[in-house]
Design a protein around this ligand. Structure first.
Ligand code: FMN
Length: 335
C-alpha cells in the first residue's frame, strides 16, 4: 500500500524496496561511473569518492586528489629536498640504530616469542609468480609455525646490513653514533631511506604452537611480540570485524590476519607528506612477498580492502594517530 501524502509520511521498507530502491541504484551507478563526479553536490546519493572523503574537509570532495596535488607542489619549494638532505647523519642514525635496542627491551619484558628459523624457499620465481592467485577459501589445518616464520622473514625480515655513512668520508661518526655505529639493517622488502615505517601486526587464530592472539613482528630479532592473548570473546570480536571483508570470505576460516601498520613519524620526519606514498608502496611490496612465499609454501592468501579502519585499529590497540592501519592480507592453509 502506498504511503499517505499528508503531514509526515512513514515510508515502509517494503514500499521503498519495491518502488524507490531500483531508481536510486540507477542514479548511484550513473554517478559512480562518471570519470569526475561533477554532480556530487546535486544528487541524492553520492559516489564513493565523496562518501569517503569528508566533504567538510575537502572542498573538491576527494582528499586523495588534494594529497596528490599538494605532496610535491613545486620544485621551487625547497622544504622537501632540503629536509631530506638534512635528515642524514644524526637523526637517521639514531632512528635506525635504536630499533634493535627497542626490541631487546621488549625481550626483557617477557613478551617475546622467538620464531623458528625461516625455511629456505627454493621454488622457481617465475613459476611462483605465475601461480600466485588470491585465495579466499582455506582448509581448517593449522599453519606450521615455521611457515609463518618463513612468510614473515621474506616479507620484512632482516636480510643484511647497509652502511649509513662511510668511515672514510664522515669523520664525525664515532662521536654521533647510537647503537651499532653507522650500520642500518636491510630488510627483505625495500623501504624509502631504510626507515621501515610499516610494521606487520598479526591476529593469529590457527598456527601450530602459537597462542591465539594479537602480535607484532619484530624484524631485528625475528620474533613476535605478544600484544594480547585472545579468549572466546576476543576471537568473536575479530570475526565480527571480518564481516566487512566481503561475502566471499568467511572470517572464521582465516588462520592469520596480517595488518600493515604505518608509524607515520618514522618516515614523515624525513619525507613529510611523501612518506604516506612511500608507506603505501612499501606495504604493497611486503604484501607481494607475502603472496609469493605463501604460494610457494602451500598457504592461501588474499589482500583485503574492506576492513573497517577505526574499529580494527582499536582492536589492534593502535592510537590511530601516530600508528595507522593502511592494508591487510589474510592467510590460511590452502585447500
Ligand atoms: C589493495 C588490494 C585490495 C584488495 N581487496 C580485496 C578484498 O577486499 N576482498 C577480496 O576478496 N579481494 C581483494 N583483493 C584481491 C583482488 O580482488 C585480486 O587481486 C584481483 O581480483 C585479481 O585476482 P588475483 O589476485 O587472483 O590475480 C585486493 C587486492 C588488492 C591489491
Amino acid at each position: 500500500m502506498a504511503p499517505e501524502h499528508s503531514g509526515r509520511t512513514e515510508l515502509p521498507l517494503q514500499y521503498f524496496l519495491e518502488n524507490e530502491y531500483q531508481s536510486l541504484i540507477e542514479i548511484f551507478h550513473w554517478v559512480t561511473n562518471l570519470a569526475a563526479s561533477v554532480y556530487t553536490d546535486t544528487t541524492a546519493i553520492v559516489p564513493p569518492e565523496a562518501g569517503y572523503a569528508s566533504t567538510t574537509i575537502s572542498p573538491n570532495h576527494l582528499l586523495a586528489q588534494e594529497f596528490l596535488l599538494n605532496f610535491k607542489r613545486s620544485s621551487l619549494d625547497l622544504t622537501v629536498p632540503a629536509g631530506v638532505a638534512g635528515y642524514f647523519d644524526f637523526p637517521a642514525r639514531s632512528s635506525l640504530t635504536l630499533r634493535p635496542h627497542r626490541e631487546e627491551e621488549d625481550d626483557a619484558a617477557g613478551r617475546i616469542v622467538k620464531l623458528p628459523p625461516y625455511q629456505n624457499v627454493n621454488a622457481s620465481l617465475g613459476v611462483t609468480v605465475r601461480a600466485r592467485r588470491s585465495r579466499r577459501q582455506f582448509s581448517d589445518r593449522a599453519m606450521p609455525l615455521r611457515t609463518l616464520s618463513t612468510i614473515l622473514y621474506y616479507a620484512s625480515g632482516v636480510t643484511g646490513e647497509l652502511p649509513l655513512v662511510s668511515e672514510d668520508n664522515d669523520l664525525q661518526w664515532p662521536s654521533y653514533a647510537l647503537g651499532s655505529p653507522g650500520l642500518a639493517q636491510a630488510t627483505a622488502a625495500s623501504s624509502g631511506g631504510g626507515l621501515n615505517p610499516v610494521s606487520l601486526y598479526l591476529v593469529v587464530e590457527r598456527v601450530e604452537g602459537l597462542t591465539e592472539g594479537t602480535y607484532v613482528y619484530l624484524p631485528s630479532t625475528h620474533s613476535l611480540k605478544r600484544l594480547r592473548a585472545a579468549d572466546e570473546q576476543i576471537r568473536e570480536e575479530h570475526r565480527a570485524l571480518g564481516q566487512s571483508w566481503g561475502p566471499n570470505l568467511d572470517p572464521s576460516t582465516v588462520g592469520v590476519a596480517v595488518y600493515y601498520v604505518y608509524s607515520v613519524y618514522e618516515n614523515a620526519r624525513k619525507y613529510g607528506d611523501l612518506g604516506l606514498l612511500f608507506a603505501a608502496i612499501e606495504a604493497g611490496e611486503m604484501a607481494a612477498h607475502i603472496h609469493l612465499i605463501s604460494t610457494a609454501t602451500n598457504v592461501g592468501s588474499s589482500d583485503l580492502g574492506g576492513w573497517e579502519k577505526v574499529p580494527t585499529e582499536r582492536f589492534l590497540g593502535l592510537d590511530g594517530l601516530s600508528k595507522q592501519l593502511i592494508h591487510a592480507t589474510v592467510l590460511g592453509m590452502a585447500v
